[in-house]
Design a protein around this ligand. Structure first.
Ligand SMILES: [Zn+2]
Ligand SMILES: [Zn+2]
Length: 295
């Protein structure tokens, strides 16, 4: 299996609209490891559609506890359990992840207890371990190194960009963040930088449509990055490919790929992918040098 990134859910924010993309979740297959980054609604369906056997679930990382990144963590683990999960799974998340998981198991207690007795299943509560991390070193295991950087996503303080290094390949996820220059150092020389992005002209239209006007606009501007800012981080970091993800707005018929390109090309001339649900980025296709334009 070649190393690849699959963008399972590519929109920013938790709301769903007919025909639109789904909230944040990604699959990273690198060095034989199956890694899930964020578990927004749709992650289970996305993994199955990407050909992943749920009982082979291995590592899960949660960047922060906003619902568009964590809402389906419990349902994913529970579904993997009913699919015959045979090996332990570790969930790495910010402080509070363990609380979420324990309360999820409490909410599902009736079903969990009955399946253990009736179907002879092992206890899911003993198969899943949660490891809460802070900034810095997260994991060093069988050649896979994971590090975290606290980013700027008020009012959430425990929100972390993640860097995965394995066999000379590296992939960085920005998580949700306002323009945050330290991300450039953190992403130095990465093969892929998956950075969140919003589009200025789409914000007013989104705010008008959602109805919670001023407060929503305030949150978006304080806590998220414009596509131009994502491009700036990618340029400063010298990454080999920039992937714009967690798109805001993501389901506005008036906003298309050309609009994203026009914005990000002001600051980024290198290889570029604009996320959509189910899109695959092969790591082997990432070129050795920055600069070739494909999109
Ligand atoms: Zn988000
Ligand atoms: Zn968030």
């Amino acid at each position: 299996m070649p190393d690849r990134l699959v963008l399972l859910g590519s929109k920013g924010g938790p709301a769903l609209r007919p025909g639109g993309p789904w909230p944040s979740s990604s699959l990273l297959e690198i060095g034989g490891r199956t890694i899930v980054v964020d578990c927004g609604l749709g992650v289970t369906r996305g993994l199955v559609d990407a050909g992943i056997s749920l009982k082979a679930l291995d590592l899960i990382f949660i960047t922060h506890l906003h619902s568009d990144h964590v809402l389906e963590l419990g349902p994913l683990l529970h579904t993997a359990w009913t699919a015959g999960l045979a090996t332990p799974v570790t969930v790495f998340g910010p402080p509070g992840t363990g609380h979420y998981w324990r309360r999820f198991c409490q909410a599902m207690e009736f079903d969990i207890e009955i399946r253990i007795v009736d179907e002879g299943r092992p206890d899911i509560r003993e198969m899943v371990s949660v490891s809460e991390f802070a900034e810095g070193h997260v994991l060093d295991q069988r050649g896979l190194k994971v590090t975290a950087l606290r980013v700027d996503h008020p009012p959430v303080t425990d929100c972390f960009a993640l860097r995965f290094d394995q066999g000379g390949k590296s992939v960085v996820f920005s998580a949700d963040t306002a323009f945050f220059p330290p991300l450039a150092d953190f992403s130095k020389g990465a093969d892929l930088l998956v950075h969140e992005a919003m589009l200025e002209e789409g914000i007013e239209r989104l705010v008008a449509r959602t109805g919670n006007g001023a407060r929503l606009r305030e949150h978006l501007l304080a806590s998220h990055s414009f596509a131009e800012e994502a491009g700036r981080i990618a340029s400063d970091a010298g990454v080999k490919r920039l992937v714009l993800n967690h798109l805001i707005p993501a389901d506005d018929a008036e906003i298309g790929e050309d609009d994203w390109l026009a914005a990000v090309r002001k600051t980024w001339a290198g290889d570029l992918t604009i996320a959509r649900d189910g899109l695959v980025v092969e790591l082997s296709s990432v070129k050795a040098a920055q600069g070739e334009e494909t999109a």
